[in-house]
Design a protein around this ligand. Structure first.
Ligand SMILES: Cc1cc2nc3c(=O)[nH]c(=O)nc-3n(C[C@H](O)[C@H](O)[C@H](O)COP(=O)(O)OP(=O)(O)OC[C@H]3O[C@@H](n4cnc5c(N)ncnc54)[C@H](O)[C@@H]3O)c2cc1C
Length: 351
């Protein structure tokens, strides 16, 4: 019989993140499908974790455990690993489900090693096959989907954010059990010195956005008048991102140009690159502009449900079954009108 530990850290304000709620929903569903399984919640928090525990108090867990204290306020391998190991032991967990946050991704493989267990990261689903848990994940840049099972325990499974629906139950009082973790100076050798993040108006990658807006190299190419118009391109793209609150992706050709220091779209970086050697973001909708839609790029659209593209070329890759709708049009003209329309309606985030 499996004992499932839903393991998560709280956010800075003491709440639970959406990826944490998604993982909780997966842990509950797994518990339902595994005969005789029990569910324990394990929280790591700087505060007392009571509000976080109460927010999921109605989830049906039999125990609520918490490691708390200032030492657990921010990500640090040594203290996070110690907390996760103690919670796993205290719960007697055989399966540990945690959201695939950078904080857990950094340390849970090490915790599995310490406890003689195993870890799987980037899981997109956990289900029961043949009476035992089975983990689904993608391989080879999302081209192959694999399902695997393991005999070793404890088995740590990090669930990819955005792969499932978040838990939505009623809050209820949770009887929290404190799990002590001894933190000495050895564990405190790494100190958190602060955040360094781009200004909010420079933040172009928004994983929670409804729309992925992809810019391709066409934005920097000579247009019908024989000239390139990078300033107009930057104005149109940034204007649209602001109005639609969309997330910005780019083709490899475009981000490579920016990386070479040319005076083109300086806000594009390799972090924006979508595709085989870039990212595979998850958004309900995508709009590609001035991007040809070649396979190494489109493979990054695996998890974009509704795909549209604007391209001058009716024979571009998007026209060959890669998009739901292709607008054969000049993206400069279309985006100019679209931005005017959105600004006129005052519809921020409404695309
Ligand atoms: C091993 C390997 C890995 C790769 N990995 C990636 C990857 O991760 N991501 C990626 O993106 N690529 C990747 N590529 C490169 C990929 O094959 C393409 O070369 C790249 O995606 C092309 O970028 P693009 O469509 O922006 O540029 P282009 O191919 O230059 O296309 C520009 C498009 O803009 C259109 N256009 C121009 N002006 C306008 C206008 N006014 N209005 C509308 N449309 C206009 C043109 O018709 C054209 O279709 C990889 C390639 C290899 C070999």
């Amino acid at each position: 019989m499996e004992t499932i530990l839903f393991l998560t850290h709280t956010e800075a304000d003491g709440s639970l993140s959406k990826p944490a709620q998604e993982t909780l929903a997966a842990a509950i569903a797994l518990g339902h499908d595994l005969p005789g399984a029990s569910l324990t919640v394990g929280l790591v928090s700087a505060g007392d974790a009571q509000a976080a525990a109460d927010s999921i108090g109605g989830c049906g867990a039999s125990r609520f455990l918490a490691v708390t204290g200032d030492d657990f306020a921010t990500a640090r391998y040594a203290t996070d690993a110690a907390a996760a190991a103690r919670l796993t032991e205290a719960a007697g967990a055989t399966l540990v489900l945690a959201p695939g946050t950078s904080r857990w991704a950094r340390c849970l493989a090490g915790v599995a090693q310490r406890l003689h267990g195993r870890a799987d990261t980037h899981a997109t689903a956990v289900a029961v096959e043949g009476g035992a848990p089975a983990v689904t994940r993608w391989y080879y840049r999302q081209r192959i989907e694999g399902v695997s099972q393991r005999a070793e325990r404890p088995w740590f499974i990090l669930l990819e954010p955005g792969a499932g629906e978040p838990w939505q139950g009623a809050p209820a009082h949770a009887a929290l059990e404190r799990v002590p973790v001894e933190v000495d100076e050895r564990l405190r050798r790494t100190a958190f010195s602060g955040w360094r993040a781009p200004r909010m108006d420079q933040q172009t990658i928004r994983p929670e956005a409804d729309l992925l807006f992809v810019a391709g190299a066409g934005w920097t190419k000579k247009q019908a008048d024989g000239q390139a118009h990078p300033a107009d391109a930057a104005r149109l793209i940034l204007g649209f991102l602001q109005l639609a609150q969309a997330s910005l992706g780019g083709s490899k050709s475009l981000v490579d140009l920016s990386g070479e220091g040319q005076a083109v779209l300086p806000f594009m970086t390799h972090l924006n690159q979508v595709g085989q050697t870039g990212s595979t973001p998850r958004h309900p909708k995508g709009l590609a502009t001035c991007c040809h839609g070649e396979e190494p790029h489109v493979v990054g659209w695996r998890f974009i449900n509704d795909r549209r593209a604007i391209n001058l070329d009716p024979n571009c890759g998007w026209a060959r079954g890669k998009a739901d709708v292709l607008y054969v049009a000049d993206a400069f003209a279309v985006m100019e009108q679209l931005n005017q329309f959105l600004a006129g309606k005052g519809q921020t985030g409404a695309v």
